[in-house]
Design a protein around this ligand. Sequence first.
Ligand SMILES: O=C(COP(=O)(O)O)[C@H](O)[C@H](O)COP(=O)(O)O
Length: 323
Amino acid sequence: MTEHEPADAVRETAESIATMEIRGAATIASAAAEALAVQASKAAESGPTASDPEAFRASMRAAARTLRETRPTAVSLPNALRYVLQRMEGGEVDELRRSVVDASEAFVQQLDRAQEDLGRVGANRLADGDTVMTHCHSTDALACVEAAVEQGKSISAVVKETRPRQQGHITAERLRDVGVPVTLIVDSAARRYLDEVDHVVVGADSIAADGGVINKIGTSGLAVNARERGVPIMTAAQTIKLHPETLTGHTVEIEMRDESEVIDPEDRGSIGDIAVENPAFDVTPPRYMDAIVTEQGQFPPESIVTLMRELFGEGAAEPWAEP
Ligand SMILES: O=C(COP(=O)(O)O)[C@H](O)[C@H](O)COP(=O)(O)O
């Protein structure tokens, strides 16, 4: 195996992330970490990467770049790659392999634990009898509702379908499966139903140093409406969603997806010369978000920078870059 040929499993994972078969920031992060472990095992098996530590390292960097290039917005993806590659160490291929496999396992375990911990923090904000409104499908947001249900609270949900990919349907099914009564609505009905809900709970793909929440398109409009109706809105986001590059003034790239997700290619001809745009995410300014719930407790969005600096220092390394 050469440095420019990531294992098939890495290419398959990258393809699944790009096509959204694997989706949602936390799930993308664990799939990426696991793909690096597979790459390490394959690279240690045969070819120059099996005998030359530098070729092995180069193949790991190339695999990380392949994964990094799939989708630009969820920072949990580069944070996962960074976590694993920064722990790659050893003078021999076998040591390098082991360090990558161990780091990948530790990362995935940490992710699961963090989600459980943040679920309990978020659940404390929910009271028995509350109705929550959700947007998209976020495993972190769901963890809060599930933990509240486990605490014996009776929770019901109004679930936005979330055009164009309708991830709300996944949320509706997950909530139904844990016994939460669900009402599914179209996105444009959200303001009408806000009068019937006690909390809005959303996830995040990235959180900027100023506390801005980058999440599925439509989150910012929902947040503005929730504020106007006096309904508290929280973001459930593990700390791997904190975007270290925003500490140095970078902005988060918003993914633009194909127009075929918005309009059926068969109908495209009939609408003629009309531009169709499909941004996948938007930014909710911190003043419209009541709390960011993490595994380390809840924070007002404006104070998240303190936690970010503690965890990431002043910036972000790119260990996948060629030296
Ligand atoms: O915006 C989305 C998913 O977008 P997409 O479907 O385009 O990937 C989710 O709210 C966040 O990724 C958080 O999810 P989680 O809490 O599971 O990390």
